[in-house]
Design a protein around this ligand. Structure first.
Ligand SMILES: Nc1ncnc2c1ncn2[C@@H]1O[C@H](COP(=O)(O)OP(=O)(O)O)[C@@H](O)[C@H]1O
Ligand SMILES: [Mg+2]
Length: 334
């Protein structure tokens, strides 16, 4: 049995974190906005969040919200588009300060400054800033729902695997540091120093990172609280990508919550007298891939959403997408 989007939410009253993943340009931001809109209409306080430098939530809601903090767009509907680059800059600044304070410097040595700059240019820094912002927001527990619109390229999935790897790694280092600290304490005791003096700052930092990651991982892997949806379209590449994502989920012993099939040309178009060959072939191509999608992902299909005659932008169009997303049933022809 295929669980529809509406049933999926009804059957999981403890859901609070919704993540849309998948390749760029398929509809993640559109569905994040539509889902937030629909939940807000049900009286749930929602925060729709993104870090996309292309400022796409601003685009869809037709309001400039990038880097402006939490904005209320409609009753219960809050949006936040964080400026990850700015966050990285602030982070860099705090590291500079810490180093200067730690070593009592007035100015940072050039090599160190360059090193910090180079590290900030790493794509991983951008991701790290994103998780940081996400973890901070989720910890606030201010909202009933957190809807995360992920940047393109399966970041959403990679981020969990990274959390798992980092976690194991931090475990190892922590263990080593704890051992080292035990020895340090013995030495301190022998030398007559207090234990506080030998407190390991690095250990403290590691523990903090780990606590954050643990919180993150626990939330994201809790299928009662968190849902992961992949968006795909009836095309070969998207199907391959979804298969890969399903495998990644399996490897991580996680459950993909569902797939949303987007941009489907309504079959009824085939009956129009003014149908061009071009459109006819496109529709037939899509039908072929739709069959494949049903064959491969049937238990995961939560909704099939039509291709609209214009870009779904503005609250009115988002309302229409929400309706299509949450009223879809398998017997409904798209
Ligand atoms: N069902 C649809 N019909 C027509 N245009 C769509 C549909 N879904 C999304 N779009 C448009 O396609 C583009 C990509 O969608 P978007 O939600 O921004 O994707 P993503 O966030 O995955 O990159 C946007 O311009 C959006 O307005
Ligand atoms: Mg997007």
């Amino acid at each position: 049995m295929t669980e529809t989007m509406r049933e999926f939410f009804e059957n999981r009253p403890n859901l609070s974190t919704i993540i849309f993943a998948g390749k760029g340009g398929l509809g993640k931001t559109t569905f994040s906005a539509a889902t937030s809109y629909w939940l807000a209409k049900q009286g749930k306080k929602c925060l729709c969040f993104s870090t996309d430098p292309q400022a796409s939530l601003s685009d869809i809601f037709e309001k400039d919200i990038f880097g402006k903090g939490v904005q209320e767009l409609a009753p219960n509907l809050y949006v936040l588009e964080i400026d990850a680059d700015k966050r990285i800059q602030e982070y860099q600044e705090s590291i500079r300060k810490q180093i200067m304070e730690m070593y009592g410097l007035d100015e940072l040595p050039k090599e160190i400054d360059e090193y910090i700059k180079a590290a900030a240019a790493e794509p991983a820094m951008h991701e790290s800033a994103t998780y940081d912002a996400m973890a901070e927001i989720m910890a606030s527990k201010e909202y009933d729902f957190y809807i995360f619109d992920m940047p393109p390229c399966g970041h959403g999935i990679r981020m969990i695997s990274m959390a798992l790897i980092l976690d194991a790694w931090i475990d190892k280092i922590t263990e080593a540091r704890e051992k080292a600290q035990e020895y340090a304490e013995v030495i301190s005791a022998l030398k007559g120093k207090t234990a506080a003096e030998s407190e390991d700052a690095i250990l403290k930092e590691l523990t903090e990172i780990r606590e954050k990651l643990d919180f993150f991982r626990d939330t994201l892997t809790d299928t009662e609280r968190t849902a992961f949806f992949m968006v795909l379209i009836p095309e070969k590449m998207a199907i391959l990508d979804t298969e890969r994502a399903l495998k990644m989920f399996k490897d991580m012993k996680m459950e993909l919550s569902g797939v949303i099939v987007n941009m489907v040309y309504p079959r009824s178009l085939l009956e129009r007298p003014d149908l061009t060959d071009f459109l006819k072939y496109r529709i037939e191509m899509q039908r072929k891939y739709l069959d494949e999608i049903w064959r491969k992902f049937k238990p995961y299909i939560r909704a099939v959403v039509p291709m609209y005659d214009r870009e779904p932008k503005g609250l009115e169009m988002i309302a229409r997408v929400a309706e299509d997303l949450f009223s879809w049933t398998p017997d409904k022809e798209v």
